[in-house]
Design a binder for this molecule. Structure first.
Ligand code: GLN
Length: 486
């Protein structure tokens, strides 16, 4: 077995017992990058200093120093998370040559632990999308079938994990962008409670909805990475004052007594039959291990996509106003005065999807429209949150599909943005309500493409959803995230 096939937890154990070195792990991953990257396109930029960093970890271990359990483990970082000295593009022409002078807090933590950043992964432009096709760089392909999308917007991160081009990855999730590509690539992906992980250095799309999350081949790997990046950060005013988490250490394997709510609205006619069957099948298995399955109803789910796209676009229009060609990033070459410079810079620097959202956001915030759209969306957000709180009075977790369908062909969705938006129905609610949610693989469709089950928890109840996911992983005997025959 090659080292890239192993989980972070297994490699950590091997490193501790001197069965392999950080340099050897990186070598295996690099060989894999050489073999697969041409077909997958998971990365935008590779980290040229990775070998040196791995050597430093090995030296530290050789000196007998105590190192973090994740020291020496390769991790890929989505290209909207700032890395000092490494180009961070958001897969946009606007930031094509931007090199941040600082690290995001999450990156600082993974570096301090001695994790090895393999590179920066492709994303939909500014994390807006669900396929990674809106990237200015190149599309990323699904390792399980390279004619298909990997999902998005953290498609590069999920594809890198499923292709063995890294061991674990960071993504960001504004409306599903960690869980959805994890589902479509057969990986585990967790989005934490809003405020659990610092957003400092995460390039903003919709600040009130998004969180950095973790992707891996197992629930334990996702838990280990989340433990590392979570916790209060004075650099992010919205980061929660909370104790250090120990999810991985406390991870349980039993579903006994777990009350799982299954909301009708997430199993509507808009969800493909094979997805529904796979999730129901997974729930049956959990039930046979002692979980209690309850049918519930969350009627306001029907307004979630509308509320999400109004709020997310409103925030995007404000957040992206900073790209004006003055301070940093792209500037148009030929212009006639200041206003023309702004206009040309933004017209040339942003792609169509980003422009669409800026225009929609500007519209819903404009006087005359604000009451009608933005304020009503915020009211709906309140109602959706209350509906979840109510549901969690007699459920421990809520189970749903992660996405209405399996991966689809590259290019297939390009013409219909509204149809694409509507497919975010399973994931956006957790962002609207600020709840933690995890996607785990729950089988494949007849074409061999992975499907995902989502487990949503109450605020700060990450441990419960991780335990439930881990119980399910144990029943399955592991997830087989790695794509065969690549
Ligand atoms: N698909 C959603 C969108 O396009 C979610 C994106 C995300 O979570 N970053 O906004």
């Amino acid at each position: 077995m090659k080292l890239y096939e192993k989980t972070a937890a297994e490699l950590s154990e091997m490193l501790r017992n001197k069965k392999c070195s950080a340099a050897e792990i990186l070598n295996d991953v690099n060989e894999r990058i050489k073999a697969a990257e041409g077909k997958i396109g998971a990365y935008v930029t590779l980290n040229n200093n990775a070998a040196e960093e791995a050597r430093a970890v090995d030296e530290s271990i050789a000196r007998g120093e105590s190192v973090h359990p994740l020291a020496g483990i390769p991790i890929a970082v989505k290209d909207n998370i700032s890395t000092r000295g490494i180009r961070t593009t958001c897969s946009s022409r606007m930031l094509e040559n931007y090199i941040p002078p600082f690290d995001a807090s999450a990156v600082e933590r993974i570096k301090n632990a001695g994790m090895i950043i393999t590179g920066k992964t492709n994303t939909d432009e500014f994390a807006m999308g669900s396929t990674t096709e809106t990237s200015y760089m190149h599309p990323t392909r699904n390792p399980h079938n390279t004619d298909y999308v990997p999902g998005g917007s953290s498609g590069g991160s999920a594809a890198a994990v499923a292709a063995g081009e890294t061991i674990v990855a960071l993504g960001s999730d504004t409306g599903g962008s960690v869980r959805q590509p994890a589902a479509l690539c057969g990986a585990v992906g967790i989005k934490p409670t809003y405020g659990r992980v610092s957003r400092y250095g995460l390039i903003a799309y919709a600040s009130s909805l998004e969180q950095i999350g973790a992707i891996g081949k197992s629930v334990r790997d996702a838990a280990m990475v989340l433990d590392l990046i979570s916790g209060h950060d004075p650099m992010d005013a919205t980061s929660a004052i909370s104790e250090k988490t120990d999810y991985a250490l406390n991870l349980r394997e039993t579903a006994k007594g777990l009350r799982i709510g299954v909301p009708d609205e997430y199993f509507s006619e808009n969800i493909d039959d094979d997805v529904k069957e796979a999730v129901y099948g997974a729930l049956k298995l959990l039930e046979s291990e002692g979980a209690q399955i309850k049918r519930i109803s969350l009627p306001d789910t029907q307004f979630a996509v509308n509320a999400y796209y109004i709020i997310a676009s409103a925030e995007a229009s404000s957040n992206l106003a900073r790209y004006d060609g003055v301070k940093y990033g792209y500037r148009a070459e030929n212009f006639d005065g200041l206003t023309d410079m702004y206009e040309k810079t933004r017209s040339e620097g942003f792609g169509n999807e980003v422009k669409r959202r800026i225009m929609l956001g500007t519209f819903v915030l404009s006087s005359g429209c604000c009451d009608k759209y933005y304020k009503r969306a915020k009211l709906m957000q309140q109602r959706i949150s209350e509906e979840f709180s109510e549901a969690f009075t007699d459920c421990d977790v809520i189970a749903a599909p992660s996405y209405p369908c399996a991966a689809f062909r590259i290019g297939e969705s390009a013409g219909d943005p509204v149809e694409m938006y509507s497919r975010d129905i399973c994931t956006v609610t957790a962002n609207i309500a600020g709840l933690p949610a995890i996607s785990v693989p729950c089988g494949k469709n007849s074409a061999g493409l992975p499907l995902g089950m989502q487990l949503i928890g109450n605020k700060f109840a990450e441990q419960i959803i991780l335990d439930a996911a881990n119980a399910y992983e144990k029943i399955c005997g592991g997830f087989n995230t790695l794509a065969a025959n690549l």
